[in-house]
Design a protein around this ligand. Structure first.
Ligand SMILES: Cc1ncc(COP(=O)(O)O)c(C=O)c1O
Length: 383
């Protein structure tokens, strides 16, 4: 909501985009479970079609295009990202693909980070090239590598902040400077950090997206995707969202709205816990290497200190000395974190990654740190 626009992040997490229901004064945003909307006359219906098809604020015609619960979430995400507008999608992969499709056509070229989420890799390696879009992978923390791969038909630089699973932090200001000098758009998947820790649009990125399934929903109970940027770019994303049918359900929008109310509180606790765990792991003799931007040993630690003043996030990756057997013995011995993929939940998750050189990825939750460290102590005693 406009009146919260100048307020701080936590206030906007709770208040922005929402207001008591017009009809009933219900304080919480209702879940509008309706696929369609009624009009009083033919003329009103005709005008409603025009408004809804051009996404006028508040215009509801059919819930694949607009739904009031989802619209509240769109307004809140736009406010948190510092964006003119936002679009909500069924899941993070819909957000990834709509952001790419809305900026790339056959004959165009895209530069993307080589350390990237596996399904995004499928889009970049298989789906886009099969539709005539060329993709070059680069080391995204190396500006020279980006510059040397630019072509006259390059339209997009695509990266994750932090990268999955190695938790690399790119110098966004530098990348946006290189991109904009060459008329190229920058799209950032900011899933691992959340808008509380980093808002890529402030660094000049053109679009920011999230697997909202992770920190935005925060409780592991719904799939969600978010994209934010200028109204012009979001209209293009909406065009694809509406016509490809990648809309979120109103119930999942509501779960995301409820989850995002505590985004700032969760991320503060998760960042504190993750830093304590990263330091603990680094001091363990069984551990070979820890990736965490809050550690002085992280290659971009100085940049992280500048870019992430509110915390370094809840993701920690590490290698144990030894190989698969040591990794499996540790992972199988922890008792608090379940072995599970995904991330960003209030509970800690542990993800063994055999295909990434037996890396162990922790999505650190909000449990009491003493209990987590005691659990890791007893797991280390088993290997
Ligand atoms: C960085 C990143 N982007 C996108 C996605 C896809 O999100 P979703 O599972 O909500 O489709 C994930 C999922 O793990 C992810 O880690």
């Amino acid at each position: 909501m406009e009146k919260y626009g100048q307020m701080k992040f936590g206030t906007r997490s709770i208040k922005a985009g929402e207001a008591p229901d017009h009809a009933t004064k219900a304080l919480n945003t209702p879940i509008y479970l309706s696929s369609t909307y009624a009009f009083d006359s033919t003329r009103e219906f005709e005008a409603g079609i025009v408004d809804a098809m051009s996404w006028q604020p508040g215009a509801c015609l059919y819930s694949r295009t607009t739904n009031p619960t989802t619209m509240a979430l769109e307004r809140k995400i736009a406010s948190l990202e510092g964006a003119e507008d936002a679009v909500i999608t069924a899941c993070g992969m819909a957000a990834v693909n709509l952001s790419l499709l809305s900026n790339l056509n056959a004959g165009d070229h895209c530069i993307a980070s080589s350390d990237i989420f596996i399904c995004t890799r499928t889009s970049l390696d298989d789906i886009l090239p099969s539709k005539g879009i060329e993709v070059t992978k680069v080391n995204i923390i190396d500006g020279a590598d980006i510059e040397k791969n630019l072509r006259p038909n390059t339209k997009v630089i695509y990266l994750e902040q932090l990268s999955n699973p190695r938790l690399e932090l790119a110098d966004l200001s530098d990348i946006c400077r290189i991109a904009h000098k060459n008329n190229v758009k920058v799209i950032v998947d900011n899933t691992f950090l959340s808008p509380y820790l980093l808002r890529p649009l402030e660094y000049g990125a053109d679009m920011v997206l999230h697997s909202g399934t992770k920190y935005i929903v925060g409780h592991g109970d719904a799939l969600c995707g978010t994209v934010a940027g200028s109204k012009e770019l979001m209209d293009s994303v909406r065009y694809y969202n509406d016509n490809l049918g990648t809309h979120i359900s109103p119930f999942n929008s509501w779960l995301a709205l409820r989850g995002v109310h505590t985004l700032h509180l969760r991320l503060k606790a998760q960042s504190e816990n993750a830093l304590a765990i990263a330091k603990y792991l680094e001091a363990r003799p069984e551990v070979e290497y820890v990736f965490y931007p809050g550690l002085a040993s992280h290659p971009q630690h100085q940049l992280a200190q500048k870019m992430l003043p509110n915390g370094f996030g809840g993701m920690v990756s590490f290698h144990l000395k030894g190989g698969y057997e040591e990794m499996a013995a540790f992972v199988d011995s922890v008792s608090i974190p379940p072995i599970a993929t995904s991330l960003g939940d209030v509970q800690t998750l542990i993800h063994p990654k055999q295909h990434d050189g037996n890396l162990i990825r922790l999505s650190v939750g909000c449990e009491d740190i003493e209990d987590l460290l005691k659990d890791f102590d007893q797991a280390f005693s088993k290997i």
